[in-house]
Design a protein around this ligand. Structure first.
Ligand code: GAP
Length: 554
């Protein structure tokens, strides 16, 4: 359950995102569109840096992964083959009273954060109802907030029902359910989180957005906005294989938009309807082939933290390797290990084709939630496309002298969730002394310099001193071909530092009278380099500036 402190922290983060141009509500001037978000100037840079770092770590720094950029709308048969047309759905209920739609499997989670449910929980501690208190609440405060709750509509009958069903009232949740159920017999109701009304039975709701291709717009022209980037990789597997001189084991990765018509988008950008994914499909030999070729399949017992790929690895070791790689990558962009959790899905939670799935979770202020999933998917996807398209997805392995449909390990990350995690991780308010020794709160985003949207703030001490401005512009021109810089000549230096702290800028350079040689030749052509996190300043030579900063941001 979210505490007041974490709710407040999240509100501050959302407000900072808007104030500093990280994230805006989409279509805001028209009232917004639920589940859609835009990235402002700082957010766009941050996102670009994160995607660039992922792409670089996957493709340019490795020999065994190549990239792909496919279309968002693809042949609709792809989604039939992948199972999305038939099974990519969430259970949904409608409130019989207010007609709002809710995700049936998230109602109780939503009720954790709803104030009227909190009042009811407080009146039923450990499942023991305070009948007088409930009656008073039902006739007073409750009637204003949740008019459609059974307890409000007929308090006496529902309280009598509660007494009669006391054997079922073993927990606070079951007491709550009885208070929301008008019938004296039969199954208990689940209340609408918005008005307390009764919800319909869950129905599957397919999450794919539909559109039409071509002007006729008939049923035959239906196509879908892709709900994941992964399928394009599977359907282009053969083309990549034949054109890239890659050999199994190898991967194909892609970054791109995905769309899901989520029933209840929420928690800021965490669950959006339009979002971006960074997905890798890493194709490996089936274990039987590894075993035939090497006489054995390596086990995790001998190498529990695999880091250097070897020929005798089967799916289990490759899967663990990718889990570890992903943790290493998150550390490299500034997510502390202690802010992350590793969750191994239980056998009953696994998709029918998955052999193992590990979720990497981040401790968001609103709860510990999934950032990335790393699934061992067997050869399900390639086999499905082979069957549905009639085209062979087999690979001839010269080393093993055998033909097979490769298996796959899939690390699949959401860009937007990662951006939100990085902002949550970086956000800090700390008490510091201002120039006059007065205490003030400094808001700072402690982004890793590698992802920070602006790398350096460049400040001439005074804007009306042409020599200072000229030098500052020279430094801006020296640095900006290599990184995003921000030139700021407005206001006191302290204020300028604070503005950059809020934007997460790791370095600020001030051009002062020493720089232009007014205090003697030894300090000429030096500047102060101020560090965001420690707020310390050092004097360095302009000719060393580029190298010093570049070594921190690459
Ligand atoms: N190809 C596998 C796949 O798409 P997924 O767990 O459904 O797996 C992978 O999605 C990642 O995409 C998630 O871990 C999450 O980071 C991101 N993601 C999924 N749905 C999202 C949504 N509605 N809003 C934002 N990110 C989402």
């Amino acid at each position: 359950m979210s505490t007041q402190a974490s709710v407040t922290r999240m509100e501050k983060i959302v407000s900072l995102c808007k104030r500093r141009g990280l994230i805006f509500q989409s279509s805001e001037i028209y009232g917004g569109l639920n589940g859609f978000w835009d990235y402002g100037p700082l957010g766009a840079e941050l996102k670009r840096n994160v995607k660039e770092l992922w792409w670089k770590s996957m493709t340019r720094l490795r020999d065994d992964i190549v990239g792909l950029e496919a279309t968002i709308i693809m042949h609709p048969q792809i989604w039939k083959a992948s199972g999305h047309v038939d099974t990519f759905s969430d259970p949904m209920s409608t409130c019989r009273a207010c007609k709002k739609l809710v995700r049936s499997d998230q109602v109780w989670e939503m009720l954790e954060t709803v104030s009227w449910a909190e009042s009811l929980r407080n009146l039923c501690p450990e499942g023991k109802p305070d009948v007088d208190g409930l009656l008073k609440w039902a006739k007073g405060k409750g009637a204003k907030v949740v008019p459609n709750l059974a307890l409000i509509k007929d308090p006496e009958a529902v309280l009598a029902n509660l007494a009669a069903r006391s054997s079922e009232a073993s927990s606070t949740q079951s007491v709550l359910q009885i208070l929301c159920t008008s019938a004296s017999e039969g199954p208990l109701s689940t209340p609408c989180p918005h008005c307390g009304g009764e919800l319909t039975e869950p129905r599957p709701f397919n999450l794919m957005f539909k559109t039409y291709v071509g002007p006729a717009a008939t049923e035959d022209d239906i196509a879908y906005l892709r709900p994941e980037t992964a399928q394009a990789i599977f359907v282009q597997f053969k083309n990549v294989l034949e054109t890239s001189r890659v050999k199994v084991p190898f991967g194909i990765c892609q970054i791109g938009k995905a769309f899901r018509n989520e029933v209840t988008p929420r928690n800021f950008t965490f669950r959006s309807r339009e979002f971006e994914q960074m997905e890798l499909e890493f194709f490996i030999k089936p274990d039987e082939v590894v075993s035939a070729q090497h006489g054995k399949v390596a086990s995790l017992e001998n190498d529990p933290s695999p880091s250097e790929p070897k020929g005798d690895w089967g799916w289990e070791v490759w899967h663990k390797y990718w889990v570890e790689e992903r943790f290493r990558w998150y550390a490299s962009i500034g997510l502390k290990r202690s802010s992350l959790e590793e969750y191994w899905q239980k056998p009953e939670e696994l998709a029918h084709y998955a052999r193992a799935t590990v979720d990497i979770l981040y401790k968001f202020p609103f709860g510990t939630q999934e950032l990335e999933g790393i699934a061992a998917r067997g050869n399900f996807d390639l086999s499905q496309h082979q069957q549905f398209s009639g085209k062979s997805m087999e690979y001839f392995d010269q080393e093993a002298n055998s033909k097979y449909v490769p298996h796959v390990i899939e690390p699949s990350a959401g860009v937007d969730r990662l951006i939100l995690a990085l902002i949550c991780e970086a956000f800090e308010e700390e008490e510091v002394a201002d120039d006059k020794g007065q205490k003030e709160v400094r808001t700072v985003l402690r982004f890793s310099p590698r992802v920070a949207p602006i790398k350096v703030g460049i400040f001439p001490l005074l804007k009306n001193k042409p020599e200072l401005v000229k030098k500052a512009l020279e430094i801006r021109d020296l640095l900006r071909p290599h990184m995003n810089v921000f030139y700021d000549d407005g206001g006191a230096i302290g204020r300028r530092y604070r503005r950059q702290d809020e934007a997460g800028t790791p370095f600020c350079v001030t051009i002062d009278f020493d720089t232009i040689g007014e205090n003697g030749p030894e300090k000429q052509d030096t500047v102060t380099l101020r560090h965001r996190d420690s707020m310390t300043q050092e004097r360095i030579r302009i000719c060393d500036l580029l190298q010093i900063i570049q070594s921190q941001i690459l």
